[in-house]
Every structure is written in structure tokens, then in C-alpha cells.
Write a protein of this length. Structure first.
Length: 602
């Protein structure tokens, strides 16, 4: 987390982009959506909007190659998902609601599994910046944005990961845990090397999952007679040891429900195909029950849960078993189970993977204001202030060109949405007075707000995430600080300060991780590197982009909810967009001040 401190003096604050993390065209799927793949005969991906209430309504994804083996699925947005092509070195990027194949990511050899009959562990980081595949002794990390130009890096594991989708999991901070035959490999972003390994001689088949609070890892371990649940408790280290609970012979995989109250596990032997539960708290004495399966159920190897934990689905089944829906309560007497036929599939599904839309993408809301968005369309506008006449020239992405006179040539520009109407307001900071002069776009009135000292560097944003911007400053020193006065639950006007940066750094404005709060960020001219303290997880991101002589103009230019690293150079805008990729915009004169960077120009 950020190191924040509070003072009870002065008036100050910072702007926010209240946005929801969506990677491609959002808002296409309801919270009940489910995607299944069929990898042995029909080789398809099929989307169900409501598999319980209306299972006949299905959308088939078209465009896969004839020899594709679509297997593991992972969402990275409300209507954006990745599908591994098992046995072949590629990943498909799909839009489930329309059944559209958007792009194909070609992987290094050995990154997509051992064959078409097995799942390959695939997980997307909670921040949406990486998709990770665990394949054999490799971890392959795909760097966002996810498209045919994605960068893929690899790391070597201590052991061999099982060819089961449940062999890898991430916690809420993006720490990756991979179950191998030599223990649990733990990797942190950017997933280029193991952080440490928790040693244990594990069976060739098994799974790993983590509780929603990140405090408990549960690993399944097959034995020739009987099996084990290995239960690890945080903090995790190379010396962690498990508590063991006995399980049924033939234990294959277990998955924990999103509410953390139960897990479901599957057992397959030549004689029995059983589905059981364990109830929290998970320890050596956890109790559980056997769930009733439909007649003719012959075994599956993976479990997925709906975001609200009301429904489970079994997949990775033998070829004559369809996917199985199980509806809560997950008890012997209460659970209702039924097959889920895939109407477009010659083998009726069940042989691939199945994933419900996860919680972080299941309740989409219309994005709120975006920085430097003067027309309220959710995209930043390239605009300039001309000191010779005091005019703002707005190149609005939807409303077109506009101009307004506000401020004098020595003012520092501070546009942001101070009145919360979804549009950036024209505003300046007059350093000699310590006053912000704000033209409210909602009603055309002027607001004057006093804050800051001579010598401070102007910053605007919303570090408290309430959707309204207030002024803020950056104070340069050997240990630099960001100062702001949050407006959320702060009746006394207390000041909060965040220590970040050092002498010579230039403060940067933006919500780079898309969590709705502005991040403390700086550009260091000595090495042309952006340092971003992500408010989502407290981790520092490093981006090398631009020249020390550039003017820095970060903003969300592609409307994906995350600020893009961008620079302005002599009338040209160079945009490093997180979703749309590299772009160049010619707008303004070499002598103009680009509005998004005005806070660091003086």
C-alpha cells in the first residue's frame, strides 16, 4: 500500500479518473455469463449469457483455425477473454458477446501445453497487465495489451507443472503460485524468475487454489491409496509446511468458491467418479459432503464458480460427459446438478474448459470522468494553451474544436473535473498568489481555491477516489512528497502526504492502473524512466518512454480506463497507449503548451 501521512493544515488535493478496468469494448456481458471450450471434436468456444435461466441462448465464437484445440479460458475484461490453443503455440483473444476472434498471440515453443487432451494453466493478473501460462517447466508471461504484438517472456520452474488448468493461481496482488512435482514455485511480476520455491514431492496430477483473502493455499496430492489436501497458511516462504487433511483415492482437483465458504473437489478412479465439498475453515478437521451428479456422469477434472458463488460448473470431462452445472446450496440434499449441452458442438461439450465471468468484471458500470476530457466522451482530448493570447484551444474527440480565454501567460494550467459532471474544467494555478482559478463546466461559475507554496510543482488528481478533483502539489527534495487535501470523508480539511521521488524528478499525473485513484508518479530525466507507484497494489511500475527534453502528457487516450504514458515534442504528441498501442498526433505549434503537461512546465 502507499505510505500516506496526514496533516491538519492547509488546503490541497488531486484529480481522479473514476473508471472500471475494461480491456476491450466493455459492457457486453451480464454477470451470469459463462464461456466454455470444446477441444477434442468440435474445437469451439461458446458463450452462455445465462446458462441456468436460458441455457439454449448460446453464441459461438467463429474464426478459429481448423486444427485449433481451444482449452483454458481467462477473462481480462467484461467482454474480453483469452483462450489457449492447447498443444499449439498460440493464444486467441476473443470478444465473447459477439463470438469474435479479435487477435492471435503467437507464443514461444512449449508455452501452450502438452497436447489437445489436457488443459494448460492460464491466469490473468488482477491488475490486467499480464497473462501467465504454466506449461511443463516453463512460465510464459504475456504482457498487456493482449494482441498479436504482445511481448512474451519466459521463466524456468523448479519442477514440472501438471497439465491441468488448476495448477496455477494468483493472489489479489498478482503473486503467482504454480504447483509442480517438486513443490510450489512462487513468482512475482514480471514473472521472469522464481521468487522462491516451497519444496514438496508432489504427484504428477493435482491442483492449487487460494482463498479470496490470500491467506490459505490448498494443494491436492494424489497417493496410490488415499490422497491429501495440503493446506498452507500465510505468510508463505521457502520454509512453509502444510497442514494435511485426508482425501479420497483418485483426488484430481479442487477449487475454492469466490465467497471462501466452501471448495468443491473431483475424484476419478476406474470405479468411482465423485464430486464432494469441504466447508471453511479449511484445516485438518474440515467437514464436507458428497454431491449428487446426473445419471451417466462419468467424470470431470476441473471446477469453476460463478462470481456470486451460486453456481459451479464441471469441465475437462471425458468425451462422453457434458459440462455439469451445480447450483447451491452445495450440500448432499440441497445441490441441484444437470448437464449443460452445447448445441453447436458435435460432442456436446465438456472436453474443454469452462469459466464464469469473474467478480471484478461482472458488474460493469459506465466509466466516469477521464482526465483532460472536455466533452465528456470518456477519452482525453489533445488541447493547448497559447500564452500570446491567453486562449485554450480544445481538440475535443467528440464535440470538435472549441476555444476559451482563461488565465494569463504566467499561470500554470490545471484542468480537471472539479465539479463532478464528467467533463474537465478549464483551470489555472497562479503560483504568486497560491490560488487556483476554476471555470466550472457544469454551470459556468468561477471557483477560487487557495493552496500551495512558491516553488511547488503543480499536480491535480483524485487520490481519495471520490470522483471530484481538487488541487495538489509536488514538493521536490532528496525525499520528495506529493501533498493533497482529500475531499472524501475529510470535514476538517486535513492534508495527506505521500513520500515518493527524489531531487530532479518531474511529477506525473495519471491513474495508470485503472483503479479509480490517481497514482503518485514521476519522470526521472537522468534515465528517461517513468516511476509509477500503483495505488491498486502498492507496487512500483517502471516505463522507459520519451526523452528528458520532452513535455510529458499522460492521459487515457484510448478510453480503456488507464492513463497512457505519452510525450509532446514540438507540436507532435507521441502516445504509448495501453490498448490501442503506439500513436502519433500532430496538433499545436512548437511554441504551444500542451495542456495535460502544464503542471510540470514551469
Amino acid at each position: 500500500m502507499k505510505s500516506k501521512h496526514t496533516l491538519k493544515t492547509a488546503r490541497i488535493a488531486i484529480l481522479a479518473f473514476s473508471v472500471f478496468i475494461l480491456a476491450i469494448s466493455a459492457f457486453g456481458l451480464p454477470p451470469t455469463a459463462l464461456v466454455v471450450t470444446t477441444s477434442t471434436a468440435s474445437r469451439q468456444a461458446v458463450t452462455f449469457s445465462d446458462p441456468v435461466g436460458n441455457p439454449a441462448a448460446q453464441t459461438l465464437t467463429t474464426g478459429f483455425p481448423a486444427n485449433a484445440n481451444p482449452e483454458a479460458i481467462a477473462f481480462f475484461g467484461n467482454d474480453a477473454a483469452l483462450v489457449v490453443d492447447g498443444g499449439l503455440s498460440q493464444v486467441f483473444v476473443i470478444q465473447p458477446s459477439t463470438g469474435t476472434l479479435l487477435s492471435t498471440i503467437v507464443l514461444p515453443f512449449g508455452c501452450s501445453g502438452v497436447g489437445s487432451s489436457f488443459e494448460t494453466p492460464l491466469v490473468v493478473s488482477p491488475q490486467g497487465d499480464y497473462a501467465v501460462i504454466a506449461s511443463g517447466t516453463k512460465v510464459c508471461a504475456i504482457h498487456a495489451p493482449f494482441n498479436s504484438s504482445s511481448t512474451v517472456t519466459t521463466a524456468t520452474l523448479s519442477g514440472t507443472a501438471p497439465a491441468l488448468i488448476r495448477a496455477a493461481v494468483m493472489d489479489s496482488n498478482g503473486r503467482l503460485f504454480v504447483r509442480t512435482q517438486l513443490g510450489i514455485s512462487v513468482l512475482d511480476a514480471p514473472y521472469t524468475a522464481e521468487t522462491f520455491n516451497i519444496p514438496y514431492a508432489l504427484s504428477a496430477i493435482g491442483s492449487i487454489d487460494i482463498t479470496p483473502d490470500g491467506n490459505t493455499l490448498i494443494v491436492t496430492h494424489q497417493l496410490s491409496v488415499g490422497s491429501r489436501f495440503l493446506i498452507y497458511t500465510a505468510p508463505f516462504s521457502a520454509t512453509s509446511t502444510p497442514v494435511e487433511r485426508s482425501g479420497n483415492t483418485g483426488l484430481v482437483a479442487a477449487a475454492i468458491a469466490p465467497d471462501g465458504q466452501e471448495l468443491i473437489y473431483v475424484v476419478n478412479t476406474p470405479f468411482d467418479h465423485i464430486v464432494r465439498t469441504l466447508y471453511a475453515p479449511f484445516d485438518a478437521t474440515s467437514t464436507g459432503e458428497t454431491l449428487q451428479m446426473p445419471a451417466n456422469y462419468t467424470g470431470c477434472a476441473d471446477i469453476g464458480f460463478s462470481a456470486d458463488s451460486s453456481t459451479a460448473i464441471l469441465s475437462e470431462c471425458v468425451s462422453n460427459t457434458k459440462n455439469v452445472l451445480i447450483r447451491a446450496p452445495f450440500t448432499n440434499a440441497g445441490a441441484q446438478s444437470s448437464f449443460l449441452p452445447v448445441s453447436a458442438s458435435s460432442d456436446n461439450g465438456g472436453t474443454g474448459s469452462a469459466r464464469f465471468l469473474p467478480a471484478q468484471y461482472s458488474t460493469p458500470a459506465t466509466p466516469a470522468e477521464t482526465a483532460f476530457d472536455f466533452d465528456g466522451d470518456g477519452k482525453a482530448d489533445t488541447s493547448v494553451f497559447r500564452t500570446s493570447n491567453g486562449l485554450w484551444y480544445l481538440n475535443q474527440s467528440t464535440a470538435g474544436s472549441a476555444a476559451a480565454q482563461w488565465g494569463i501567460s504566467t499561470d500554470k494550467l490545471a484542468p480537471a473535473d472539479y465539479d463532478g459532471d464528467g467533463k474537465s474544467d478549464i483551470a489555472v494555478w497562479r503560483e504568486s498568489e497560491g490560488n487556483f482559478y476554476i471555470l466550472n463546466s457544469s454551470d459556468g461559475t468561477m471557483k477560487i481555491d487557495n493552496f500551495g507554496l512558491a516553488g511547488d510543482k503543480l499536480m491535480v488528481g483524485d487520490l481519495d477516489g471520490d470522483g471530484k478533483a481538487e488541487p495538489a502539489v509536488f514538493r521536490d527534495s532528496a525525499q520528495s512528497h506529493f501533498y493533497y487535501r482529500g475531499s472524501l470523508n475529510n470535514p476538517n480539511g486535513n492534508i495527506t502526504y505521500v513520500p515518493f521521488g527524489t531531487s530532479g524528478d518531474k511529477p506525473i499525473r495519471g491513474d495508470f492502473d485503472g483503479d479509480g485513484e490517481a497514482d503518485a508518479a514521476v519522470f526521472r530525466p537522468s534515465n528517461a524512466t517513468w516511476y509509477i507507484l500503483q495505488s491498486l497494489n502498492g507496487q512500483i511500475r517502471y516505463d522507459n518512454w520519451g526523452l528528458a527534453s520532452d513535455t510529458f502528457v499522460p492521459a487515457d487516450y484510448d478510453g480503456d480506463g488507464k492513463a497512457d504514458t505519452a510525450v509532446y515534442r514540438g507540436g507532435v504528441w507521441y502516445l504509448n497507449r495501453t490498448t490501442a498501442g503506439f500513436g502519433v498526433v500532430n496538433y499545436g505549434l512548437a511554441t504551444d503548451k500542451p495542456i495535460p503537461s502544464a503542471y510540470i512546465l514551469q
